[in-house]
Design a binder for this molecule. Sequence first.
Ligand SMILES: [Zn+2]
Length: 275
Amino acid sequence: MWRSSSFIVPGVPPVAAVFTGEAGRALLDAAAETAVLGLDEGGAPWLAADLSPLAEAQAAALMAPARAISLRRVATNLTGEEAARLAYARGLLHWHRHHRYCGACGAATESRDGGHRRVCSQPGCGAEHFPRTDPAVMILVTRAGSAAGRSDAACLLGRQPRWPPGFYSTLAGFVEPGESLEEAVIREVREEAGITVSRVRYRASQPWPFPASIMLGFRAEADQGVVIVPDPGELEDARWFTRGEIAAFHGLGLRLPTQESLARWLLDEWLAEGS
Ligand SMILES: [Zn+2]
């Protein structure tokens, strides 16, 4: 890693830059921080190395022919195994870079246990710090069809002002302290879209180390007769889309979340229920 970029060797598919033997040792010597990712089948350790303190050109020269690229940009072109390995490295090294000082007393911390724990160096404090993952809920809210027919069943998608033009996605937000996941779902939908939901059901999850989240995907059903009122501080639009409208999305000049995203998975699951 160099700051928030991963070193990727371009190709089909692109792969993580991997160094072994003497080249690996040179890389470890140059690294500001290292963390053990695990062992391969033969028992050899995989380590992640952080080159962030180096100038970009210096890091790039050390890592050639690999290039520093945002994992978020390249992840969909990687194999699942490569994406997982790079996500793990990115998450761990980001945590190290942002926990070099103790949150309790401000003294420097030191890496322990192969980079999976940091300990405060101040005698009398010694606070331990562990890598953290912040849970976020992602919610596909649906509305049942009317008694007359099922074709007006719909799902709720919204868009944030900072997203690319025409892009719509599911609602999402961080879990607050002291809150259950189900409560977080109900609160987020109420805050962002102004409606109440019931029948909250967990569906699937996706790690999201940008920088330190896991997305927990839920379905929820809108209560009868609710009217969407988007929170202008969060969303510039939120509305119902029927399955027919989703099928015609591209033709309407609109864009959906990418194929590999949890948001799209939740949407595709709902679409399949209508076929
Ligand atoms: Zn401390």
